[in-house]
Design a protein around this ligand. Structure first.
Ligand SMILES: NC(=O)c1ccc[n+]([C@@H]2O[C@H](COP(=O)([O-])OP(=O)(O)OC[C@H]3O[C@@H](n4cnc5c(N)ncnc54)[C@H](OP(=O)(O)O)[C@@H]3O)[C@@H](O)[C@H]2O)c1
Length: 244
């Protein structure tokens, strides 16, 4: 981790920021002087522990609870954050669920949940952010598989593909005040039910032959936040997986 710099870059709201990739993004940006509005749902203890770590860096971090499946709770999140952080500058739609599903099984409950959390919540947050902010940056976290039509997680992938389209549509509508970009991670962290060897096995089939690290995603986030001439772009941080 780099040593902390003192510049203040405004506040970044990170959804699902208490664990795993979201946690690494929050810590990385805090080291570079961004204040952190950390959203969580169930992981309150992890969120509190991370906020304490970030505060020891002399960086501001407050935590915000919301169930992203609940449209009303999502709609009030940006307002709550702005009350505490009037300098809210960026939104990172990172929270997600990742469930197996097929079209044949036709599980409507799963479809609704995937779309509520992985697409409707980012839609509402982007909309609220745009109506309450004069300028800023939005980053949506996708999945390398948005470039393919791979089966097995039908509703998840359909929602992430739609989020990729939302990114481009939003970039056009919200320019020039707000830039909207996306990051498509590949093999970074295994699902909680699997060990590291699961990704090592899959990594044998991708061009760079290894899994990535959460910091690879965090560095791409920082790049998109700071390069002010990029909008409507998706960066694949996936060891070349999208090429195959
Ligand atoms: N892991 C990978 O290798 C990989 C690969 C491709 C794409 N991605 C994408 O990268 C992002 C981060 O991945 P990850 O594996 O770190 O994510 P994750 O652990 O699966 O989920 C991140 C957070 O999402 C939050 N979340 C889930 N349901 C929610 C709800 N109803 N309301 C509010 N928050 C909710 C959870 O917060 P709480 O714990 O607080 O409840 C969870 O900690 C995701 O968008 C994912 O699709 C990851």
């Amino acid at each position: 981790m780099p040593s902390k710099t003192t510049n203040s870059n405004g506040t970044v709201l990170i959804t699902g920021g208490s664990k795993r990739i979201g946690r690494t993004i929050a810590l990385h940006l805090a080291h570079y002087g961004y204040s952190i509005a950390l959203h969580y749902h169930y992981s309150r203890k992890d969120a509190e522990a991370l906020a304490r770590i970030i505060q020891t860096l002399q960086v501001r971090c407050d935590i915000f609870e919301a169930d992203l499946e609940d449209a009303k709770a999502v709609a009030s999140l940006i307002q709550q954050v702005r009350k505490k952080f009037p300098d809210l500058q960026s939104l990172i739609n990172n929270a997600s669920i990742f469930e197996k599903s097929t079209l044949r099984a036709g599980d409507i409950k799963d479809f609704d949940q995937e779309f509520a959390i992985n697409l409707r919540a980012p839609f509402i947050l982007c909309s609220q952010f745009a109506s309450l902010s004069k300028e800023g940056t939005i980053i949506n976290i996708l999945d390398t598989n948005v470039s393919k039509d791979k089966g097995g997680h039908f509703s998840y992938l359909l929602a992430k593909k739609s989020l990729a389209d939302l990114t481009r549509l939003a970039a056009l509508e919200l320019a020039p005040e707000i830039r909207v970009n996306a990051i498509a991670p590949g093999l970074i962290l295994p699902p909680e039910s699997q060990g590291k060897e699961y990704l090592d096995r899959l990594a044998k089939n991708i061009p760079l032959k290894r899994k990535g690290e959460p910091t690879d995603i965090a560095k791409a986030v920082q790049f998109l936040l700071e390069n002010t001439y990029i909008t409507g772009q998706t960066i694949f941080v996936d060891g070349g997986e999208h090429l195959k």
